[in-house]
Unconditional design. Structure first.
Length: 293
């Protein structure tokens, strides 16, 4: 057994390395990674390829992706990313990899210049994901049209049972496609939020979650007195989707469900909320006095 293997067989030594961030699953493996970004072994060239003197470690490979990115301005960085994106066969996989890497680097609180370039790259990823979803939706619409046409064409010769089977099969396929697209969109939203400035604020007890949402609903419904601003809302255009995004982004209590589920929960709480309750009216009056007097 080699010295390094012996040392890593010692739990105390492994824990010590981990404490100083010197332990990595990738530190001893050259290559063996998925080449999302094209690279060459050889002297550096002024093009969009990554260059290494020898087969790189995965950490060095990933770092070089961003070292190269930081060399370019906003316009050229898009061309650099597109060069590798166009060459990689699985577009969604490439975008997921890049988004994960950018998010991780943003969490490290980089300098303002690097943060700006990382944010620009994240915006590019978001735009490509939007294009990818639009393409998926177009394909889905085409499948719907074809499926409906097949059912119509079969009506003249097929039995009612066969028509029912066709409808059932088509419905199941359609449902699966829609769930896949919705899951992709939901993941994109979550990761976009996670990459932005966020925090892990936590309520003192889960019991207050509904009350906290109700507080936001009162704030959402708060109107200026007629003699001040003709009853204008304090917050203009405050949809449930934005409320859900704020709660999900800043309070860990609300991250146990999907964003669309949280949005529906808020809508349900609002439909059951008694705005005429004396305590609610008292809160509304106090907030009105705070903001407008």
């Amino acid at each position: 057994m080699g010295l390094k293997k012996k040392l890593f067989s010692n739990v105390f030594f492994r824990n010590m390395l981990a404490s100083f961030s010197l332990r990595s699953a990738y530190s001893t493996q050259k290559g063996g990674f998925i080449p999302y970004f094209q690279y060459r072994i050889g002297p550096y060239e002024q093009d969009y390829y990554l260059y290494f003197r020898e087969e790189p470690f995965v950490k060095r490979y990933k770092n070089e992706i961003f070292n190269k990115l930081f060399e370019y301005d906003r316009n050229d960085s898009k061309k650099y990313l597109a060069f590798h994106y166009d060459a990689y066969p699985d577009k969604q996989d490439f975008l997921q990899f890049l988004q994960d890497e950018i998010s991780e680097r943003l969490e490290r609180r980089p300098g303002s210049l690097q943060k700006s370039k990382l944010q620009a790259a994240l915006d590019w990823v978001t735009e490509k994901q939007r294009e990818h979803r639009a393409q998926q939706e177009l394909i889905l619409r085409q499948k719907i049209e074809q499926g409906v046409q097949n059912i119509i064409n079969s009506q003249q010769t097929a039995t009612p049972q066969e028509i029912d089977n066709l409808v059932k099969t088509f419905s199941e396929k359609l449902s699966n496609e829609m769930e896949r697209i919705a899951a992709s969109a939901e993941q994109g939203i979550k990761e976009k939020i996670a990459a932005s400035i966020s925090s892990d604020l936590e309520l003192s007890h889960p019991h207050y979650k509904t009350k906290f949402i109700q507080f936001f609903l009162v704030l959402r419904a708060l109107l200026a007195p007629p003699h001040i601003a003709k009853g204008e809302p304090l917050i203009k255009n405050f949809p449930y989707s934005d409320m859900a995004a704020i709660l999900y982004q800043y309070f860990k209590d609300f991250r146990d469900v999907k964003l669309d589920t949280l949005q529906r929960n808020i809508s349900q709480i609002n439909s059951e909320f008694n705005y005429k309750d004396p305590k609610v009216k008292k809160l509304d009056e106090a907030m009105q006095a705070f903001f407008y007097e």
